[in-house]
Design a protein around this ligand. Structure first.
Ligand SMILES: [Zn+2]
Length: 317
């Protein structure tokens, strides 16, 4: 496999720099054989002095570990040649918008209030900051999807009641930040080129050798993180989202799948498509809890904490 910087073929062959965000200044590396890009962020910025961003292919592979490189080589086969090289570009939300929501965390956020009754506040604040979770003016929680390159793809906006349960609207639809942004501009949500990524994906590169625990919902991921901070908790955001295009960032990683009780069979089937992970294992549920139960791993953690608290009260009584 050989790579070179793409030669200049007009402005359209120069992209927005992933670091300084300037348009038409970023030259990507292409595969000399297929003419395809290795990744959106593998390349060099024109602004050598003010920005200086340069990520060569070897760094891209280094980030993903040695197992990934050898597997990549193996799968480097004919079918790559037929893929179209010009994909529509993914849209991103500027991180300053996410930061504005984070600034509102001091205001009322019902989920945070509920969790602060169960977990120490300091740990809770750390988790909110690690995952860049924010708050809207109405006290809803904002869960951003930030990719490995630190770019925000979109965010889910969800309302919770005082007991930490979701308040669902009429249609039980998820409210998306990109949809709100498009609506403000008078455009359709479908005009946004959405490529979802995992919730917490941006945390992967700082812990390259750690096992990744993958759950369904964002709230579950942060509750697990609060209880077992030694593990790296990510969420795919929905039962149906355990699919290769969503989980690409897990290439070469050891992954522990923690499905909700009613998704065990589905995830077992879907996990077969994640062969690009180094290893996948799955948490099992007891038969009597599985299938028709709506429970997830966070429910178990919260029940246990409640019981521990009750036991403590009885001990001191
Ligand atoms: Zn730049």
């Amino acid at each position: 496999m050989n790579y070179m910087l793409e030669s200049y073929k007009g402005r359209s062959s120069r992209y927005t720099c992933p670091k300084c965000g300037q348009p038409h200044c970023f030259t990507r590396y292409i595969d000399t054989w297929t003419g395809q890009y290795l990744a959106d962020d593998v390349g060099i910025c024109d602004h050598k002095n003010s920005c200086g961003y340069h990520k060569p292919p070897r760094e891209y592979f280094k980030e993903r570990g040695s197992g990934y490189y050898s597997e990549y080589r193996q799968s480097y086969s004919l079918n790559r040649f037929t893929e179209s090289s010009k994909e529509r570009e993914t849209d991103f939300i500027p991180m300053r918008i996410i930061e504005d929501f984070e600034k509102l965390n001091k205001k009322k956020n019902t989920l945070k209030e509920f969790l602060s009754g169960v977990f120490p506040l300091l740990g809770l604040q750390q988790v909110f900051s690690d995952y860049h979770i924010g708050t809207t003016k109405n006290g809803e929680t904002v869960f951003p999807q930030i990719d490995m390159q630190g770019r925000c793809r979109t965010a889910k906006i969800m309302a919770y009641d005082e007991s930490g349960h979701r308040i669902k609207g009429k249609m039980d639809r998820i409210d998306w930040l990109h949809a709100r942004i498009m609506k403000k501009k008078g455009l359709k949500p479908s005009d946004w080129n959405l490529k979802q990524c995992l919730f917490g994906e941006h945390l992967l590169s700082s812990r390259p050798d750690d096992k990744v625990c993958l759950v369904e919902s964002e709230k579950t991921a942060i509750i697990c993180k609060l209880r077992c901070p030694e593990y790296l908790w990510l969420a795919c955001g929905g039962k149906q989202n355990l699919k290769p295009e969503m989980c690409q960032a897990l290439a070469g990683r050891n992954v522990l799948l923690c499905p909700d009780a009613d998704a065990v069979a589905n995830w077992e089937e879907q996990s077969k498509l994640l062969s690009f992970c180094r290893k996948t294992e799955m948490v099992r549920w007891y038969k009597h809890e599985a299938e028709d139960s709506k429970r997830d791993i966070a429910d178990i953690i919260l029940e246990r904490l409640q019981k521990e608290a009750q036991d403590k009260v009885q001990e001191t009584a």
